[in-house]
Design a protein around this ligand. Sequence first.
Ligand code: SAM
Ligand code: CA
Length: 220
Amino acid sequence: MSTKTINIDEKLYEYLLNNSLREPELLKKLREETALMPSGLMQISPEQGQFMGLLVRLIGIRRILEIGVFTGYSSLAMALALPEDGTIVACDISEEYTRTARKYWKEANVDSRIQLKIGPAIDTLQELSQDDKLEPFDLVFIDADKGNYSNYYEAGLSLLRKGGLILVDNVLWSGKVADPENQEEDTVAIREFNQKLHQDDRIDLSLLPIGDGLTFARKR
Ligand code: SAM
Ligand code: CA
């Protein structure tokens, strides 16, 4: 028993996976393919994917904006949980990474639900904000370049419906955010971003120690 969050060592993590992971075959295949890539570690963990899928179902999410697609694990995990008329606008700068994503979206038969926008996400968000006919999003998932988190958050918040949810990945940054000696650019950006959200009364807030830290911000 503890009043704090439990420490998860390798053994306990394995137990957690063995006793709760229900990863669809295609997601497993994508995860194994991604793990062979030099930047494979950028992908969210399978239990986080399952949790995000559950969230999509739990709160009746229909429209998702994802910033940072990579090989498509998080988008596929969410797409598989969407209702028939659900959609994802997925932003990434890399044709190369998203080629894998597109292959798996197609194989899972969810490609018609996902609109991929290639280019700097800042430009895509600017474009979206100028579209008067755009329906607001129910969920925004931020997981791209850390230096732009604050910009993605502001743009995401304005594209989100009231009561909608912003999820932000890697907010604990392998623990580096809590080390004052660490002044790396990305660490400082995430640290400042976390402080900003802590003070932001436009949202309800929770920071969950799942994966590398996942922030929940519900638009008031
Ligand atoms: N959500 C993905 C998953 O779980 O599999 C992981 C995303 S990965 C951590 C970050 C992605 O952001 C990379 O695919 C990278 O190409 C993309 N990215 C980096 N800078 C970007 C930018 N300025 N605009 C859009 N995407 C960018
Ligand atoms: Ca991430």
